[in-house]
Design a protein around this ligand. Sequence first.
Ligand code: G1P
Length: 300
Amino acid sequence: MTQSRTRISKAVIPAAGLGTRFLPATKATPKEMLPVVDKPAIQYVVEEAVTAGLSDVLMVTGRNKRPLEDHFDRNYELEEALTRKGDETRLARVQESSDLATMHYVRQGDPRGLGHAVLCAAPHVGDQPFAVLLGDDLIDARDPLLARMVDIQERHGGSVIALMEVDPAQIHLYGCAAVKPTVEDDVVQVTGLIEKPDPADAPSNYAVIGRYVLDPAVFGVLRETEPGRGGEIQLTDALQALASSPDLGGPVHGVVFKGRRYDTGDRGDYLRAIVRLACEREDLGPEFREWLRSYVTEEM
Ligand code: G1P
């Protein structure tokens, strides 16, 4: 087992996808920049990484993703205008995203799948465990998942994935894990993985959700991984190789998540995320909840 004692500090966020499910909104705007209440979806993901102690963030981007870099950079013109007006509150909001993390960017070039996007991070990550956060999955900040995964990785070595039980009819939308229980209720050992199986071939209803803490051995495996489902190099296939040969890079464990997760890549879930998060906001919540209550009773 390769177990590094270095504290995990790097997060990789693949963000090269085209966002076709949100056209036309994503024709000229990256899907990661779509607002969830008043913050772009991607900012929640970077905040989640930072909260879990990962303040070195590498985004794997592609063409038309400049707004992502601008969002996490300073905007002197705006800052100056707000300073002149004495608008401290908005100034703080503008500066929040540029002060959040140490940001790095690499371009994926050819969109050859999630496994290929993760492989683009190899020179930056080097030889230490690291996290991968998928931008479409938004994990509610009140239900910490990543810190628990980092903790499990530090204790067991190897790699750790996040799993969620789903309706068996939905498993074809996810990577699916075969698992064995461990002594800890929320932790399982992963014995096999299959990307987006037909429900009849699914070994369980444990779906892979978009958080991973990976042993750097995954890079070597990804280099050897042939295109899989959809003709793309699948991260799930590389993890299957690790799970079935622990000598390659330690075991694969799963943390079973029971908290709130929104798939902001899906239009319905995106709307639900906005409504739930708006309801819970101290500034907007009270008035919005009142409106929602009367809207539901009077108009639905
Ligand atoms: C990716 C992974 C899949 C995982 C999913 C979670 O698929 O390939 O294994 O279950 O993210 O959101 P995508 O949704 O990008 O097609």
